[in-house]
Each structure stands twice: as C-alpha cells, then as structure tokens.
Design a protein around this ligand. Sequence first.
Ligand code: HEC
Ligand code: HEC
Length: 205
Amino acid sequence: MNFKSIAILAALPALIAGSVYAQSSIKPAATETLRPLSDFAEIKDEKDRSVALFQEAGKVITHARCVNCHPASDRPLQGEDKHPHQPLVVRGSDGFGATGMRCTTCHGPTNVDHAHLPGHPLWHLAPIEMAWEGKKLGEICEQIKDGKRNGGKSLDQIVEHMAEDSLVGWGWQPDAGRSPAPGTQKEFGALIKAWAETGAVCPAS
Ligand code: HEC
Ligand code: HEC
C-alpha cells in the first residue's frame, strides 16, 4: 500500500462524517404513488395501453434511486438531485470500484441510517451500456429490450429482474432521509409485466 492510499483510508471517516453533515438538512420529497393496473383497462388500443403502462413505470425508472446507479459516466450519482458521487469514485472493471477504492470500502451489506449511507451485499454500479442518466424514457425502453445492452436478458428475465431483484428493491428501502422510488416494487413489477404482455411497446420519446 502506497502513501496515497493510506492517506485516502485515513481520511475516510472524515469524508463520511462530512457528507452526513452536508446532507442533514435535506428532506426527502413526499412519497409518490403508482397508478393501479385497473386504471389502464379503459385504454382500448393495446399499443397505446402498453406505452401508457411503461410511462407509469417510468416514474420509477427515471427516479434518483435508480438513475444514481445507472449513470452516463464512470462516476455514480447521489441524492435527489443526482449530483456526482462525493468523494470521486469510479466504476472499475467489474462495477465494484477501482482497486483501493472499492464500493464495499464504505457501502456495507445494509443501510447505515445514522451515517446516511446506503448498503446492500451487492452494492455496485450498472455497466455503462445500461446507462439511463440523461436519456429519454423511450430510449431507456429500447435499451432495456436490447439483449446487447441489457446483459443478454430476455423480456421475461427483465420482468423478473424488475419485480424480484433485491438490488432493484433497495430503491424502495433506501437509508433514512432518502425518498423511496414511487409505489412498491410489487406494483412496479405488475406494470412492467402488463407492459410486456401488451407487446412491450416503447414511448416515442
Ligand atoms: C446500487 C446500484 C443499483 C441501483 C440502486 C439500481 N440498479 Fe439497476 N442495475 C445495477 C447493476 C449493477 C446492474 C447490472 C447487473 C445485473 O443485471 O444484476 C443493473 C441492472 C439493471 C437492469 C437490467 C439491465 C438494463 O436493462 O438496464 C434493470 C432493468 C435495472 N437494473 C433496473 C433498476 C431499477 C428499476 C432500479 C431502481 C428501482 C435500479 N435498477 C436500481 C445497479 C443498480
Ligand atoms: C469513500 C467512501 C465511499 C466509496 C468508496 C463509495 N461510496 Fe457511494 N456513497 C458514500 C456515501 C458517504 C454516500 C452517501 C452520500 C449522501 O448522499 O449523503 C454514498 C452514496 C452513494 C449513492 C447514492 C444513492 C442515492 O440514491 O442517493 C450511490 C448510487 C453510490 N454511493 C454508489 C457507489 C458505488 C457504485 C461505489 C463504488 C463504485 C461507491 N458508491 C463507493 C461513500 C462511498
């Protein structure tokens, strides 16, 4: 270990404490809801219904809890305003950070509420081809369906991932002071399933 990495490690508690201090006055936005599936039954055209379902699910997909881990650069984002991660950390070759600055250096297997620190056993960044930051919902939709950019997942596997994956699920169980994604993961999964069953049509923009 060289001097620089020792200095970084020594500074960690201060960095973390500093971020708690900086964030302590920020209140999460009011919890948003998702419209129930029954609301969409009145849309008779199946393509239109499919698009409307994805647009509703888009409230989750474009939410900070998801986008912060699906950034357009190598650096994760933080907070409701999706600002660059402080301190500077990068994706690294496996999404778990660079050598000497791994995500797990700070992010443990569970949230640490008093430190305003998110946690999950598999806390790491989505690969660059799954970047959602700055994209229109229609573009994200096409990308999610594209096997070359979604980790080779079939549509069924995408539905399952959205509905069941526990890292996705963290979006509804963030650490204290961070607003959860709209609705529940179950409601979100139901919207995505209904979208897939109606032909998985993407919004034009
Ligand atoms: C802690 C970081 C993290 C958070 C938070 C996160 N993701 Fe991801 N996401 C990943 C990683 C890493 C992958 C790739 C590995 C995998 O497929 O499991 C991924 C992959 C995906 C994929 C599959 C590939 C694709 O098309 O992009 C979907 C869908 C997805 N995430 C949805 C979500 C949704 C919805 C949320 C918010 C409710 C969310 N993610 C929050 C890290 C995260
Ligand atoms: C040096 C410590 C440290 C390292 C290393 C670190 N983080 Fe963080 N991270 C934090 C702290 C502290 C916060 C909370 C900051 C805040 O929002 O007040 C945070 C917050 C986040 C958030 C914000 C969640 C949200 O929705 O607001 C994401 C995403 C994130 N980290 C991803 C990562 C990823 C991915 C890695 C590895 C590539 C990583 N972090 C490495 C300290 C670290």
